[in-house]
Design a protein around this ligand. Structure first.
Ligand code: CU
Length: 170
């Protein structure tokens, strides 16, 4: 009886260790399968979530571009600026006549061809500081007065030597 009992205990403990081992294997297998699934899921998830996020961004951008009017106003403002490329040399401006409409925003982009030059229109308060030879300087102003105004270079005797031009505001 005693032997049988101990034998039965042995059997029980053996089957217990067996079930523990099986449970352990099952857990490991589950973990491995879950891990593999997680890996598989991880790689497609960004490709799935990215398009949705970009489309969301695109939607957000398009709604932003459509709804606020200041953005459109800015675009038209920059289009309204009339850019004049001006060459300044000894002793001339090319072109030496610029015609604009009253109220026009004007951007003068002046390249100093040989030596240092500047650009001034006294009546409109326009002053482009000295631009060194080979460099380019920019000045912006609004032609808010009707008339013909002289632009000139104030570097030493340049104006007297004929470095002048006419801005006609119509
Ligand atoms: Cu000059």
């Amino acid at each position: 009886m005693v032997l049988c009992k101990t034998g039965g205990d042995d059997m029980e403990s053996k089957s217990q260790t067996n079930t523990i081992m099986i449970i352990g294997i099952v857990i490991v297998a589950v973990v491995v399968v879950l891990g593999a699934l997680a890996f598989r899921n991880n790689s497609p998830t960004p490709t799935i979530s990215n398009p949705t996020s970009t489309t969301q961004n695109q939607i957000a951008e398009s709604t932003l571009a459509v709804s606020p009017e200041p953005t459109q106003a800015d675009v038209t403002l920059t289009e309204e600026i009339q850019t004049v490329n001006l060459e300044a040399g000894s002793f001339y401006y090319k072109p030496n006549v610029i015609t604009v409409k009253k109220g026009q925003k004007v951007r003068i982009v002046m390249k100093a061809a040989d030596q240092m030059h500047n650009f001034n229109i006294d009546e409109l308060g326009v002053k482009l500081p000295i631009v060194k030879s080979g460099n380019t300087g920019t000045v912006e102003f609004t032609a808010d007065k009707l008339g013909t105004f002289e632009y000139y270079c104030s570097v030493v005797q340049h104006r007297a030597n004929g470095q002048v031009g006419k801005l006609i505001v119509q």
